[in-house]
Design a protein around this ligand. Structure first.
Ligand SMILES: CSC[C@H]1O[C@@H](n2cnc3c(O)ncnc32)[C@H](O)[C@@H]1O
Ligand SMILES: [Zn+2]
Length: 432
């Protein structure tokens, strides 16, 4: 057994306390095998120096479209529908598998550098995302995003079948680090007849569902008018609110929908930066937490954020959560850290997000000696209100070191950056 010892640091425990401790990881099983007083933790074969650092669970970005890094800064300052139709979808129509690979690698590089160890992705050419994740060493729940709107019946069916085939083929890939889901884009961009036909197929194979829901009022109103139901009631009647399912956004929810989410166990992935930038609205996060809904955190794509830094997202979640509740005590730092770690991991079905014996060894070590993190009254506060992705010193996933002392070991950072730059420019040129 190869053992990695993360030594000399302070450790963020699942109850949000911080203690001086060492962490021992079994690099073969990918599990944490001991957490405790340095004198009680057995020696490792390899050591990661966590002196002056905080050892915390790797962050989990539970909703993104990772290859959209290629479109970062391409189209800003528009609301969702116009942004997608006028700017994003025309370029996405030009993206080749190689483009998606290049954009994904850029996103993975950014995630590893900022302490993210797991994520959920909805996109196309998803086989490229699987390969990139396998090489870069992260953990992910991946799926092909279905849109039937604007397609004829053959095209729509092809899309649904592609999503199911992707989910079946790649589940368990990358030594089990990749799991999958059936991913209808949203309740308004996928026709009811297709949801009625294909959701039962996913259920038969125990494939979870991930989709955008209640993101904008434009998405809620047609369902209320057409079906006489709130969107999540419509989703429940289509068997789309299982415990294993997770929806992105959940901005415009009424009280009955919040109860429905709590009763069914369907998780909500809060994406505050995207919701603010596209002026979609403010999600009722404190109400969701009070109702017992599992809430995770996601950046959404880098074109509506415009980065994949979950530290940034935590700060946004705390800030907008208070504004939405009109209460400065709402969505406190501890709840936000929980959302970005255990909450997201649980939504994605991963046994990660906590530094505890038996959990996946998905870990980030944050440097605490920066000026903007001094003094150390409350380290949980710092993670949410003061830290940045660039404060991460080491990133470990599944027991493997992906970044040591700021150097990413699984990707050639400069080559990744150059390829993405070239591919992004060429794709935009083809589209214009
Ligand atoms: C069909 S693959 C996924 C699809 O989703 C688009 N997308 C990116 N951000 C959002 C968002 O906030 N709401 C809805 N859809 C979004 C992305 O561009 C892909 O086309
Ligand atoms: Zn999205």
């Amino acid at each position: 057994m190869t053992r990695l010892r993360i030594a000399g640091g302070r450790v963020l425990r699942p109850d949000a306390t911080v203690e001086r401790a060492d962490v021992l990881v079994d690099s073969e099983s990918g599990d944490i095998v001991a957490v405790g007083d340095p004198e009680d933790v057995p020696e490792g074969d390899e050591t990661l120096d966590a002196e002056d650092g905080l050892v915390m669970p790797g962050l989990v970005n539970a909703h993104t479209h990772v290859a959209m890094t290629l479109l970062r800064g391409y189209a800003d300052d528009k609301e969702l529908d116009a942004w997608l139709r006028e700017d994003i979808w025309p370029v996405e129509g030009e993206l080749t598998p190689e483009d998606v690979r290049a954009g994904t690698e850029l996103g993975l590089l950014e995630m590893i550098r900022s302490g993210t160890t797991a994520f959920a992705d909805m996109y196309f050419h998803e086989e490229e995302v699987v390969d990139a994740v396998e090489d870069a060493g992260l953990r992910a729940r991946l799926g092909y995003g279905v849109v039937t709107l604007g397609k004829d019946e053959d095209g729509a069916r092809e899309d649904c079948e592609q999503s199911l085939a992707t989910a079946r083929e790649f589940d368990g890939a990358a030594d089990g680090r990749v799991e999958t889901a059936f991913m209808p884009h949203s309740l308004t961009t996928v026709g009811e007849e297709y949801l009625r036909e294909y959701v039962p197929e996913a259920r038969e194979d125990d494939i979870p569902l991930h989709y955008h829901a209640n993101e904008t009022t434009d998405e809620v109103e047609p369902i209320v008018e057409g079906e006489g139901q709130r969107p999540l009631e419509y989703a429940r009647d289509l068997d789309m609110t299982d415990e294993s399912d997770f929806v992105a956004h959940g901005v415009h929810l009424d009280a009955a929908e919040i109860d429905l989410l709590a009763e069914t166990g369907t998780s909500v992935i809060h994406c505050p930066a995207s919701n603010m930038k596209l002026a979609s609205g403010m999600a009722p996060v404190q109400d969701l937490l009070d109702a017992g809904v599992t809430v995770g955190l996601g950046t959404d794509g880098a074109a509506s954020n415009n980065d994949l830094d979950v530290f940034d997202e935590m700060r946004d979640a705390a800030m907008v959560g208070k504004l939405a509740a009109n209460d400065a005590s709402a969505v406190p730092a501890e709840s936000v850290v929980r959302m970005a770690t255990e909450g997201s991991a649980s939504a994605l079905g991963f046994d990660s997000g906590r530094i505890e014996e038996g959990a996946n060894a998905d870990i980030a070590v944050v440097d605490l000696d920066a000026a903007h993190l001094t003094p150390h009254h409350d380290l949980v506060s710092h993670l949410v209100y003061a830290a940045r992705g660039s404060d991460v010193r080491h990133t470990v996933c599944d027991g493997a070191v992906l970044m040591r002392d700021g150097e990413v070991l699984t990707l050639d950072a400069e080559a990744v950056r150059q390829r993405a730059e070239e591919r992004a420019a060429a794709a935009v040129e083809r589209a214009e």
